[in-house]
Design a protein around this ligand. Structure first.
Ligand SMILES: Nc1ncnc2c1ncn2[C@@H]1O[C@H](COP(=O)(O)OP(=O)(O)OP(=O)(O)O)[C@@H](O)[C@H]1O
Ligand SMILES: O=C([O-])CC(=O)C(=O)O
Ligand SMILES: [Ca+2]
Ligand SMILES: [Mn+2]
Length: 668
């Protein structure tokens, strides 16, 4: 059916349709109007003809301009009294400045809108006034136009993706299936951070640090490469959005990218501005240039592959070359927050977060795949966020506007809220689907094991909007222990919480294709060493003082193996883990009876409602007790040797706490 076109006085004039003869009566129910019979013989059901002379005109009726949310003459501030055209011009000038070459005199010529829709010569937005008009030194690249697709809607981005990007399809539930190309996960070895006079002293460098240095000049070489690539295209996507739901500590970000997939991903993952906020956006605090389709030049200093993810905190810019995996943008910005927030005494956290009906808040820390998204998405609680948070003096706030769930083996029964969030607007990465029905097969790992869904947080029915909450009551550390020796749940004292937070343990099972059956222990400080910018003890000290001040309790939950290591035992039933988490939230576990385990010295409850008591102490679930003890000692040894690098670091101002933390590890 043809969309109703506005007739200019607020009423819709019906072009065609079945609403003829029916209008709302006084009581709100449709009132049937009896047709005045002009001649009693025949009933006339002719609809008025469309107000178009040509097919093109008819098509243009279909697309009506979005109505502004605020009357334009009522807009306050810097953008008051601007015509729509003037506002567009200002936006373009800001984007033109973002995309300016640093080695030539002008930015690119930018026009708004899709090149495919513009037949007439585009109207140029000239480069910012302080730039000179192109002179004879201009190269061909400065004579061409680049179209800017600015904050498109999901529907518009779907059309762009399906039309122009290989591997983009609508699935049966309405989500957009995309392919991220050769990279289906992040590339931490290719991340570089500019080391200058400031970051030299401020950041964590050297052994164990994720921050591999590069110099300013090399950054500019890569930046120019990315900007030139983007300017060489017919069109680029620009997203202007926010990070952090705490209004006082919100950051404005701009993402320039070449793919509709990237633009829709960030639309979902960052906080979406209202049309009004977008009008007043101004200059971004941080800009990403995502030229992921284009490689870096391996002859460039510091480059060891054709992929480079470069962060320049001084310039407030990030450049992506040689990877199209969208998670690089999400986690790149997380790194920026890990730098900016601690400067304001705000702790940034790689954690999920939810809130009970009574306002009790829980944090879920854990490395990739340990259950942050799965367990924070809880039908009985309000979701504040699934992956990135801030803890300030006011409480917690989500950094993001969306969730990024693992999809492998996803089922409607076990994870209904995530299942239902995979609908129109959601980006599905690297999944396999039926060619005809477009039903997704979530068991299929043909493209990658790391299949993902990115959706706006409001797709979860009990999302807490705005995504903020009180000071956490429970801090839950998740470990997927494929060795099968950590208990399903243990209560931690503050020193133990810090010990396990700094250790950041999980054990993943190596890919079957390598033929390796042994679990591999991973230690990642603060459960996110890949994203932190300062020394781990800085974040740990902040966590300790906040937990102490607000009386939060720490818990260690093993979402991994039970009944033996990977191969002999099996993964902890999600239903049991959920019962354990319920008992933590309700306060029931605070008053349970506890006993202490050997080696790790963990306090384990003897009973949890809904969980078989014998599994609470892992030794009961192993048939080979000798193997259990050996595996336990092996894991204890791995913890000890990992912690060696931290024993000489002071945590906070208190020597006592530092000593307690070192003593809180395994003892044998
Ligand atoms: N007992 C369990 N507890 C939690 N998750 C489980 C359990 N058993 C199986 N799983 C599965 O493990 C996966 C946990 O992934 P999830 O997306 O929650 O990870 P994450 O911690 O959010 O990681 P990332 O930071 O990479 O997003 C899900 O696929 C979930 O179905
Ligand atoms: O960043 C990603 O690609 C996925 C993720 O959440 C993590 O690894 O913690
Ligand atoms: Ca997640
Ligand atoms: Mn994560």
């Amino acid at each position: 059916m043809i969309k109703m076109a506005s007739n200019g006085n607020g009423n819709a004039s019906v072009a065609t349709g079945k609403a003829n003869g029916v209008s709302a009566g006084r009581n709100g129910l449709p009132k049937i109007q009896t047709q005045k019979k002009q001649n009693a013989i025949c009933h006339d059901d002719t609809a008025p003809t469309v107000k178009a002379q040509t097919i093109d005109e008819l098509h243009s009726l279909q697309r009506k301009k979005s109505a502004p949310t605020t009357p334009l003459d009522g807009v306050q501030g810097a953008f008051a009294n601007l015509t729509e055209e003037e506002r567009h011009k200002q936006q373009l000038q800001s984007i033109s400045a973002s995309l300016a070459s640093l080695t030539r005199e002008t930015g690119p010529k930018l026009v708004r809108g899709d090149p495919a829709r513009q037949s007439e010569t585009p109207r140029v937005s000239h480069a910012p006034d302080h730039h000179f008009a192109p002179t004879f030194s201009a190269s061909d690249s400065s004579l061409k136009f680049t179209h800017v697709l600015y904050n498109l809607s999901p529907a518009e981005l779907y059309e762009q993706a399906i039309k122009y990007e290989k591997g983009s399809f609508i699935t049966s539930s309405g989500a957009l299936a995309t392919l991220s190309g050769a990279k289906t996960g992040r590339s931490p070895k290719d991340k570089r951070v500019v080391r200058d006079d400031t970051t030299e002293d401020e950041l964590w460098w050297g052994k164990g640090s994720p921050n591999i240095e590069m110099d300013e000049h090399t950054f500019l070489v890569n930046r120019e490469r990315a900007v030139d690539y983007l300017n060489s295209l017919d069109k680029v996507f620009v997203n202007d959005q926010f990070l952090n739901w705490d209004p006082e500590n919100q950051i404005k970000v701009r993402i320039v990218s070449a793919r509709a997939y990237h633009s829709l991903f960030m639309h979902n993952m960052c906080i979406r501005p209202t049309p009004e906020e977008l009008e007043n956006f101004g200059t971004p605090d941080f800009t990403i240039y995502n030229a992921g389709q284009f490689p870096c030049n391996r002859y460039t200093h510091y480059m060891t592959s054709s992929t480079s993810i470069d962060l320049n905190l001084g310039r407030r810019e990030m450049v992506i070359l040689g990877t199209q995996y969208a998670g690089e943008m999400k986690k790149g910005l997380f790194g920026v927050m890990h730098y900016l927030m601690p400067k304001r005494q705000i702790l940034s956290l790689h954690s999920g977060c939810n809130m009970g009906k009574n306002g009790d808040v829980a944090l879920f820390f854990g490395l990739s795949g340990t259950g942050k998204t799965t367990l924070s998405t809880d039908h009985n609680r309000y979701l504040i966020g699934d992956d990135e948070h801030c803890w300030s003096d006011k409480g917690v706030s989500n950094i993001e506007g969306g969730c990024y769930a693992k999809c492998i083996d996803l089922s409607r029964e076990k994870e209904p809220d995530i299942w239902n969030a995979i609908k129109f607007g959601t980006v599905l990465e690297n999944v396999v689907f039926d060619e005809h029905t477009r039903e997704v097969d979530y068991l299929d790992k043909s493209v990658t094991e790391n299949t993902r869904a990115a959706y706006p947080i409001e797709y979860i029915p009990n999302a807490k909007i705005p995504c903020v909450g009180a000071h956490p009551k429970n801090v839950i550390l998740l470990a997927c222990d494929a060795f099968g020796v950590l208990p399903p749940v243990s209560k931690l004292n503050l020193a133990q919480t810090m010990y396990h937070f700094i250790s950041g343990y999980t054990a993943l099972v190596a890919g079957t294709e390598e033929g390796v059956k042994e679990p591999r222990a991973t230690f990642s400080a603060c459960f996110g060493a890949a994203f932190i910018m300062l020394h781990p003890t800085k974040y740990a000290a902040m966590l300790a003082s906040k937990m102490e001040k607000h009386g939060a309790t720490g818990w260690l939950v093993n979402t991994g193996w039970s009944g033996g290591s990977y191969g002999a035992g099996s993964r902890m039933k999600l239903a049991y883990t959920r019962k354990i988490i319920d008992a933590i939230h309700s306060g029931q576990l605070l008053t349970a009876n506890y006993k202490k385990t050997e080696v790790f010295g963990l306090e384990i409850p003897t009973e949890v409602e809904g969980v078989p008591s014998e599994i609470l102490d892992p030794v009961n679930t192993w048939s080979d007790k000798k193997a259990y003890k050996e595996t336990l000692l092996k894991l204890g040894g791995l913890f000890k040797s990992n912690f060696q690098v931290f024993v000489n670091h002071k945590i906070g101002k208190d020597d006592k706490l530092t000593e307690e933390i070192v003593a809180a590890g395994p003892n044998f």
